[in-house]
Design a protein around this ligand. Structure first.
Ligand code: TRP
Ligand code: SF4
Length: 400
């Protein structure tokens, strides 16, 4: 259960663009082969800001899942699901809400920011204030250790860590904890028991975090422990409480190197995007009309790639030789801008080809898509239910 899981979610905002691909999705695709990964559509999070127009959400969900699959997110490796199909998220959110200080939510920087930015919407609501706590439940319910997110989401992961710590502190208490932990340590067997106890002393007496990590790794590998013993042993390393909810770490997604067509960040609200499955004709037209170095009024005016968004596309898409060709051709006015853009167009179309093919099967047969998500929801739900059993038990809510 403490295998190092990855979790991340996206609000359903409709079709994704190449900025998402080069920023977020490539990262997910790498992670899915390294860790058990859970990727989900945060439809409830979308409701916190769009509760007046819930009908927009459904179409966006399917568009987005097709884009994930098109990009190479692989349902045979990662678990793909929809948040609202795993209602346990809501139960954990509710239980966590009981002991979460209001100040923690009011202090999250995105809160005031969004209230300012989304002035056209009434989000002075209980649901919107709770946004980061719902996110905490999303993460904690999978006991995930890694959360790939962009910079703006780091405060949410930080708050999630505080929520987990508080939960373990409040509900990880247990009569005879020390005796039970020691008995569990014995069960590790011989050398491992000794290693575990020595590492604990090294951490607690000398703050040796390397020893702590070694002992945690040892517990990760110990297959035969019961869930309760495992929680005790993780908790005993750090204090005198069971660890029921795991503190996650943000895995910072490096910002996409691909800017928008105008050189600003690629974003739907700037209308400077190329969609992941945009048609070839439209891509060609969009790149051909991209602004270039304003110094190149005429073809005979030399330019400087540093002042040109097309160059940033070359940085992502072109090999050394092509980049050389751009550098010398641009600065000597040896090539025209349309000529310069051609390899970029070809590279985008080439990158897109396998994506279109992967998407096609789901467009032809949407039931495939539904089945794959239903399967992911089932899998996610099983994991979530295991955590909720422990959470209810820890809180003493397991009466029948
Ligand atoms: N708030 C995240 C975003 O806007 C989406 C999200 C919801 C999320 N739940 C999550 C991300 C859990 C990571 C983990 O990008
Ligand atoms: Fe930009 Fe290429 Fe034109 Fe130079 S030649 S300004 S890099 S498009």
């Amino acid at each position: 259960m403490f295998s190092e899981r990855v979790i991340s979610g996206m609000r359903p905002t409709g079709a994704l663009h190449l900025g998402h691909y080069h920023g977020v999705l490539k990262n997910w695709i790498r992670l899915q082969s390294e860790y058990p990964s859970y990727f989900f559509i945060a439809d409830w999070h979308a409701l916190t800001t769009h509760y007046e127009t819930p009908e927009m959400i459904e179409a966006s969900i399917w568009e987005m899942v097709i884009d994930w699959l098109a990009a190479g997110v692989d349902p045979s490796q990662a678990t793909l699901f929809i948040q609202s199909k795993v209602p346990e998220h809501a139960e954990l959110f509710l239980l966590l809400s009981m002991g979460t200080p209001l100040g923690w939510l009011e202090r999250v920087p995105t809160y005031k920011d969004q209230l300012e930015k989304l002035r056209d919407r009434d989000i002075q609501t209980y649901g919107f204030l709770g946004y980061p706590l719902l996110q905490a439940a999303d993460i904690l319910i999978y006991r995930a250790e890694h959360v790939p997110v962009g910079e703006d989401q780091v405060p949410h992961v930080e708050m999630t860590r505080e929520v987990a710590r508080r939960f373990n502190y409040l509900y990880g208490r247990e009569a005879g904890f020390e005796e039970k932990a020691l008995a569990a340590a014995k069960k590790l067997g011989g050398k491992r028991t000794k290693l575990y106890l020595e590492a604990r002393t090294a951490y607690q007496e000398r703050g040796d975090t390397q020893a702590l990590e070694q002992a945690q790794a040892l517990l990760h590998e110990a297959q035969s422990l019961s869930m309760g013993d495992r929680e005790r042993l993780f908790g005993y390393l750090e204090g005198a409480r069971k660890i029921i909810l795991v503190e996650p770490q943000a895995l910072l997604t490096t910002a996409s190197k691909l800017p928008g067509l105008d050189g600003q960040k690629m974003s739907k609200s700037y209308q400077n995007t190329i969609a992941l499955r945009e048609g070839a004709e439209s891509i060609t037209k969009k790149v051909r009309t991209m602004p270039t170095d304003p110094a190149r009024v005429r073809k005979t005016d030399p330019g400087n790639p540093v002042h040109c968004p097309v160059w940033q596309f070359h940085e992502v898409y072109s090999d050394e030789e092509t980049k050389q060709w751009v550098q010398s051709g641009c600065t000597s006015a040896g090539i025209g801008c349309l000529e310069c853009k051609e390899p970029v167009i070809q590279a985008i179309l080439k990158e897109q080809q396998p994506m279109l093919e992967r998407a096609q099967q789901y467009l032809d047969d949407p039931s495939l898509l539904r089945a794959l998500i239903a399967d992911g929801c089932d899998k996610a739900r099983k994991t979530a239910q295991e955590t909720m059993r422990d959470v209810r038990e820890a809180m003493g809510l397991d009466y029948s």
